[in-house]
Design a protein around this ligand. Structure first.
Ligand code: B1M
Length: 210
């Protein structure tokens, strides 16, 4: 679809306004929101990721692309939600301490919300105490941690430990995810659940509160 390629192309150039215009147009034309997300926005972000790895683009270009990605995603959000579902449970979510990557975390948040859960978003660079505090204050059943760096994924163990030391470990399920993680890592830090992508994270979250 030409419009999806255009969305991908403008996202790579960080043209937020044009990305928003085209996402709106695609929705108006009746295109499926999931297709706009995957074949437009995420496909553009994947190309930028590859170029970043190969030193063909640098942090400023990636930042503007990320901004366009988040803006496009926001427009899709109401269309990916199930209308009128009663809140089924509560999750808190954040990107762990030292880590500023939030695109994947935002997608996981959106997909969990689309299953009817309330999600408290703590943002990026979130320390273990903040995860625990938010879980207690909001009576959350799930704590979700995202990390994109091999150097920050270890912070997730501190979140698990903080849940233990504050006496809430048996009250919350701890879900972890992000590109450098795998099931083995999840098991090694004593978290409950690793999922590879936002869709499977949302399914796992729903299963925990059902
Ligand atoms: Co960063 N960065 N970055 N970066 N960046 C990576 C992650 C990197 C792989 C690039 C590379 O190839 N070299 C590399 C990490 C290497 C490593 O540790 N192994 C890297 C680096 C090195 C850095 C800096 C150190 C660069 C520098 O400053 N020299 C720096 C660190 C800053 C910091 O965090 N302290 C940095 C900075 C940045 C930007 C700020 C420029 C920007 C982030 C902007 C933002 O997020 N608002 C950025 C970006 C965008 C990327 C890449 C290009 C794209 C990440 C992304 O958003 N992907 C990335 C390269 C890549 O991934 N190919 C890269 C799209 C997103 C939808 O996917 O986040 O993986 P992802 O989320 C997926 C799954 O992982 C999963 O579901 C999501 C959707 O299905 N998932 C979960 C995520 N969280 C989950 C939680 C769950 C379950 C599933 O349960 C709770």
């Amino acid at each position: 679809m030409a419009i999806l390629e255009e969305i991908s192309g403008y996202l790579q150039k960080g043209r937020t306004k044009l990305v928003k215009q085209l996402v709106t147009q695609a929705l108006e034309e009746g295109m499926a929101p999931q297709a706009i997300l995957e074949d437009g926005l995420l496909s553009g972000m994947a190309i930028i990721g590859e170029k970043f790895k190969n030193n063909e683009v640098f942090v400023p270009e990636v930042l503007v692309a990320a901004r366009a990605m988040n803006a496009g995603t926001e427009l899709l959000k109401p269309h990916l939600m199930q209308a009128g579902v009663a809140a089924k449970g509560t999750a808190v979510i954040g990107t762990v301490k030292g880590d500023l990557h939030d695109i994947g975390k935002n997608l996981v948040k959106m997909m969990i919300e689309s299953k009817g859960l309330t999600v408290i978003d703590l943002g990026v660079d979130v320390g273990p105490e903040a995860f625990v505090q938010a879980a207690v204050e909001n009576n959350a059943q799930i704590v979700c941690c995202s990390a994109l760096l091999t150097t920050t994924m270890r912070e997730m163990k501190d979140v698990v430990d903080a849940c233990v030391s504050h006496g809430i470990r048996d009250k919350v399920k701890i879900m972890v995810g992000g590109a450098p993680l795998n099931q083995e890592f999840c098991d090694s830090i004593g978290a409950d659940c690793y999922t590879e992508d936002a869709t499977s994270a949302a399914e796992a979250a729903l299963a925990y509160v059902s």
